[in-house]
Ligand binder design. Structure first.
Ligand SMILES: Cc1ncc(COP(=O)(O)O)c(C=O)c1O
Length: 577
């Protein structure tokens, strides 16, 4: 059985699964720098490059220009411009001959195996190199910003010396970064969407898109943060977080979720999103497949992609309440499938997995030896009598599960950036080398506020839940009135409204409703490989929500009277200006 801890070797020299041992002088073009008698270090004309470790990974594929009609991605510059490389490796001076310049034009993000939209058919799959990457324990170093393909002169299979560096090219470091980011963290459509909203801006915009609770952070939490702002308290904490906060999180998990962790089995993070990121970096080796429900939390594909994994969306359907069916998961399990991410209650669908479904998913995980990340940030935001069941609480699941939780949603603490993960102790030991270099520790002030949140009064919560529930019903009634279908959400802050019959893709819909009705909705295609939905949230005061629905209703009515379009026709996001 694949237990989590076996995947995590102790910190140290584990970046590529084996030590770097080949001397740089073995590589063509390397000559020794003058040592005795001559001035040491690089000549004045050639600046010494920073010493940055990286692993010998394949070059980024050169990417053809996009041939999609109307695609805003500019073509690559003509090949042959030539890149000359010269750099220092410790005392070794490396020269590389000119070679054709790879395309440095950032390409749109594309990594859905099934071709996520918005997509550009000319692009090779972003993960095409993944299977050629060295296998072994997931590691930080090979995920350096400067790893595969960013460093000129690093050929497949060659192992550079420890401390080898970022190349200095005639085209400059920034182009290296651009090329690196083009394959690793390419511009994503959500960013463009956000830019667009900011551009349109204005006080009368009604936000029905984001998951940022508008109800105030309870006063005792703010007071704890204020008290924490004093000398001696605003210092680094243990990398895992304050012991008393970890103990409080462990108690809360035992009480609310039914899984018992020791305080040392908890790591406090900068939001649940960082917890997800750390968990994926820890568990996913390049080429490993990660399964999750589609529609999905929009950050998941990018987090998996950055971790070097391949994300495999498992379709869920409106008619089934967007429940992640164990049979569907099982159909998607392949030889490289390693991790199942379970999000319940779910963003963007509001689906809450019932006990039998969670049981079924656990069964699939056990039988196929899958590791599980369970994202439970909405565990306490439930409606219609729904109950939350944590997969970690089921027999034999604790040892193969990383549980992710947060403070943002329950306590209206999004800006504090506070979350956590909980996992068996030997897994936590392996996480040190991933989490600690990221941020040393979560904010000490936020941690003290989080401690107050968990240990303080919770009498505000029923009132908050009642308010959210009222708004949820207002939203559902508004959509009913417009004749727009949706799956009834049982948890969280969102639902997906089915706009496919209106004949406009979700991006075009979102853009037009923004421009024409000044209502912000979230294009479903940014959280799914399929189009036809927009995500709506109910995190506005009721009067604003009603006003937003009235505007949305008028817009939908106008759409219905427009000349017929091809149903579900999608449009690509416009380029950012
Ligand atoms: C499912 C899910 N997980 C994680 C997060 C991130 O939450 P946090 O603010 O704690 O980083 C969100 C935020 O919307 C979310 O919807």
């Amino acid at each position: 059985m694949r237990m989590l801890h076996r995947l995590l070797q102790p910190p140290g020299r584990r970046a590529c699964g084996e030590p770097w041992r080949v001397h740089p002088a073995k590589f063509a073009g390397v000559r020794r720098a003058p040592s005795r008698g001559a001035p040491s270090g690089p000549p004045r004309s050639l600046p010494r490059a920073p010493s940055i470790s990286f692993c010998p990974l394949p070059r980024a594929p050169s990417i053809p220009p996009c041939s999609l009609r109307g695609c805003a991605v500019p073509p690559c510059p003509p090949a042959g411009a030539g890149v000359r490389t010269a750099y220092w490796v410790g005392r070794w001076h490396v020269r590389r001959p000119a070679r054709p310049a790879p395309c440095r034009v950032p390409r749109p993000f594309r990594s859905a195996p099934s071709g996520g939209a918005p997509s550009c058919p000319a692009l090779p799959p972003a993960q095409s190199t993944a299977s050629r990457w060295p296998s072994g324990t997931a590691s930080m170093a090979r995920r350096s910003l400067f790893s595969p393909g960013a460093v000129d002169g690093v050929r497949e299979g060659r192992r550079p010396a420890h401390g080898e560096l970022l190349r200095m090219t005639t085209s400059g470091v920034s182009s290296v970064l651009a090329a690196r980011l083009a394959t690793r963290a390419a511009p994503d459509p959500l960013w463009r969407h956000t830019e667009l909203i900011l551009t349109v801006g204005g006080g009368d915009l009604i936000q029905l898109s984001i998951g940022d609770p508008d109800l105030p952070t309870p006063a005792h939490i703010l007071e704890a943060a204020r008290v924490a702002l004093q000398p001696g308290l605003v210092r680094y904490t243990h990398w895992q977080g304050l012991p008393e906060l970890r103990a409080a999180i462990a108690d809360a998990l035992a009480r609310d979720v039914g899984v018992r962790y020791a305080a040392d089995e908890v790591v406090v993070t900068a939001g649940a999103e960082q917890a997800l990121f750390v968990a994926l970096l820890a568990l996913v080796d390049p080429g490993d497949e990660v399964l999750f429900a589609d529609p999905y939390f929009h950050a998941l594909p990018r987090l998996v992609h950055i971790a070097g994994g391949v994300w495999k969306p498992v379709p869920t359907h409106e008619a089934e309440g967007f429940l992640l069916r164990p049979e569907a998961v099982e159909r998607h399990v392949g030889p490289r499938t390693k991790v199942l991410v379970v999000v319940s209650p779910a963003n963007p669908t509001g689906a809450v997995l019932p006990r039998d479904v969670v049981d079924g998913l656990a069964d699939v995980a056990r039988r196929h030896d899958l590791l599980v990340i369970t994202d439970e940030v909405y565990a306490r935001i439930l409606y219609d009598g729904a109950r939350h069941y944590s997969i970690a609480a089921l027999p034999e699941m604790r040892s193969r599960t990383v549980l992710v939780g947060g403070f943002s949603k329950t306590y209206s603490m999004t800006g504090f950036r506070l979350g956590y993960l909980a996992a068996p102790a030997d897994v936590i030991a392996g996480l040190h080398s991933l989490k600690e270099p990221m941020d040393i520790c979560a904010s000490a002030v936020a941690q003290r506020a989080g401690l107050a949140a968990l240990t303080g009064p919770h009498d505000f919560l029923p009132a908050y839940l009642a308010t959210y529930d009222t708004r949820r019903r207002v939203l559902m009634a508004g959509l009913d009135g417009m004749g727009i279908s949706y799956a009834r959400p049982a948890g969280g802050f969102f639902l997906l409204a089915n706009i496919a019959p209106l004949g406009l893709g979700s991006v075009a819909f979102a853009q037009r409703v923004l421009a024409e009705a000044r209502v912000v909705v979230f294009p479903g295609v940014m959280a799914s490989t399929r189009d036809g939905y927009v995500r709506l949230s109910w995190l506005q005061p009721e009067d604003r929500l009603r006003e937003g629905l009235a505007r949305l209703g008028a817009f939908v009515e106008r759409l219905r009277h427009e000349p017929a379009r091809e149903p579900g026709a999608s449009q690509p996001m416009p380029p950012a200006q």
